[in-house]
Design a protein around this ligand. Structure first.
Ligand code: AMP
Ligand code: MN
Ligand code: MN
Ligand code: MN
Length: 285
């Protein structure tokens, strides 16, 4: 079943999206999504709302999360799908992972003040639907609102990317821990948007090998943060490493995201879709 409008990556107000879980569920349904997962950053607080809303709409649902990981001194994202959101080890691991975000955000505010941008921490906090989950996205929205930049892309390029004045390095979860939390909670781990990382081919190979060795099962191939020209490379890597393929828009906001829910091309038929491995974890109406 590679031809299924599955959308297994998006964000709500519980992390750095601008729509709440119920509004996202309706939008997914309206836009033809046939299998949905909400994957907030480092947080499963929206899972109950998302699955209830999906059930009420007759939209099949998989639980989801996107865990921030530090691998070879770079940040990598691992999506978890089809796990038990009440699993104690996972819940505690996520709480530790997001625990440093408040302090990091205050430091980001201080660094931005040094380059003449005052009040960024307080400004970003206003945008954070969940104060525990303050992220660079919230800073980007504040900097656009206050006229410092035209759009969030420009904010990241000038202020928030690694090496820019508002970037504060942070140590997230270890790769092996993130994969283990997801697996031991009954789910499957997936490498999110592999084309977006700044690592070279050696580190990419190391990421795929170590992820696989830890029990990771999938990789995003068709994804809103990939260009269409990048799909074939990751389709080949999925086959080479024996990983299933996932598909997700990474939708955050109608104003900011260029790929909407359900708006992606199909997965290549030679790939094993991740939802085939998770058939018994899908919540139906
Ligand atoms: P954080 O977890 O606080 O480091 O924030 C990471 C989030 O920033 C990602 O999940 C994206 O939503 C957003 N982001 C990262 N890079 C960019 C970019 N170049 N343009 C817009 N948003 C970005
Ligand atoms: Mn995000
Ligand atoms: Mn991500
Ligand atoms: Mn994401």
């Amino acid at each position: 079943m590679t031809i299924l409008n599955a959308d297994l990556h998006c964000h709500s107000t519980v992390s750095d999206g601008t729509l709440d879980p119920e509004t996202l569920a309706e939008r997914a349904k309206t836009r033809g999504v046939e299998l949905w997962a909400l994957t907030d950053h480092d947080e499963v607080g929206g899972q109950q709302r998302a699955s209830s809303a999906a059930r009420a709409l007759g939209l099949p649902y998989l639980s989801g999360v996107e865990i921030s990981v530090t691998f070879c001194n770079l940040t990598v994202h691992i999506v978890g799908l089809g796990f038990d959101p009440g699993n104690e080890q996972l819940v505690q691991g996520l709480a530790r992972t997001r625990g440093g975000r408040g302090e990091r955000a205050r430091e980001m505010g201080a660094e931005l003040a040094k380059v003449g941008i005052a009040g960024a921490y307080e400004g970003a906090l206003k945008y954070a639907g969940n104060p525990e989950l303050i992220s660079r996205t919230h800073f980007a929205r504040f900097l656009v609102e206050s006229g410092v930049c035209r759009d969030t892309n420009e904010v990241f390029r000038k202020y928030l990317a690694d090496g820019k004045p508002g970037f504060v390095p942070h140590r997230w979860a270890a790769l092996g821990d993130a994969v283990r939390w997801i697996r031991e909670a009954g789910g499957a781990a997936v490498i999110a948007h592999p084309a977006r990382y700044d690592h070279g081919p050696t580190q990419e190979y190391a990421l795929f090998s170590e992820f696989k060795a830890h029990g990771g099962q999938g990789v995003e191939v068709v994804c809103g943060s990939h260009a269409a020209s990048e799909y074939p490379k990751y389709a080949e890597l999925a086959l080479e490493f024996g990983l299933a393929a996932s598909r997700g828009s990474d939708f955050h906001s109608p104003e900011e995201s260029h790929t909407d829910l359900g708006g992606l091309p199909w997965l290549d038929g030679k790939l094993t879709p991740i939802w085939e491995l998770l058939a018994d974890r899908i919540q139906n109406a």
